[in-house]
Design a protein around this ligand. Structure first.
Ligand code: DQA
Length: 146
């Protein structure tokens, strides 16, 4: 069983970038925590970050020929712009959870719309790095009971 965690643009800067919105944890530490948690559940976890929309679309498309059971995705700024990533997720038909570190609904109006939410299993926004762990707990439970 396997889970793919996707991180969109600028999330490579976590820890340095606007900690009031995004916290102090680095992307590496978040990925490490998730990998350990998945390992305990006998699930393989791959994480992938890119600043490029095309690379994220390619990564999502690659799921079609692999057995990925669940995706956890923080599309970052592409949340609010990317029909292409949305279409890729629809094409591969993999269940996914949308995660945001900050509460996007408490921020600028342009962050209130997401191209992903209506096709996601669910969304976690505003719980910081913990949101990824909660999403992973849910995904593990779903995988183990399906
Ligand atoms: C974000 C929220 C987005 O609006 C923003 O562009 C990001 C990060 C979050 O995790 O809170 O880059 O997805």
């Amino acid at each position: 069983k396997s889970i793919l965690v996707l991180h969109g643009p600028n999330l490579n800067l976590l820890g340095l970038r606007e900690p009031q919105h995004y916290g102090n944890a680095t992307l590496d530490s978040i990925n490490q925590t998730l990998t350990n948690k998945a390992k305990l559940a006998n699930i393989t976890l791959e994480s992938f970050q890119s600043n490029a929309e095309a690379d994220l679309v390619d990564k999502i498309q690659s799921i079609a020929t692999k057995s990925v059971d669940f995706v956890i995705i923080n599309p970052a700024a592409f949340t609010h712009t990317s029909v292409a990533m949305r279409d890729a997720l629809s094409a591969v038909k993999v269940p996914f959870i949308e995660v945001h570190l900050s509460n996007v609904f408490a921020r600028e109006a342009f962050r209130h719309h997401s191209y992903f939410t209506d096709i996601a299993v669910g969304i976690i926004s505003g719980l910081g790095a913990k949101g990824y762990e909660l999403a992973l707990d849910f995904a593990i439970e779903k995988i183990n009971h399906s």
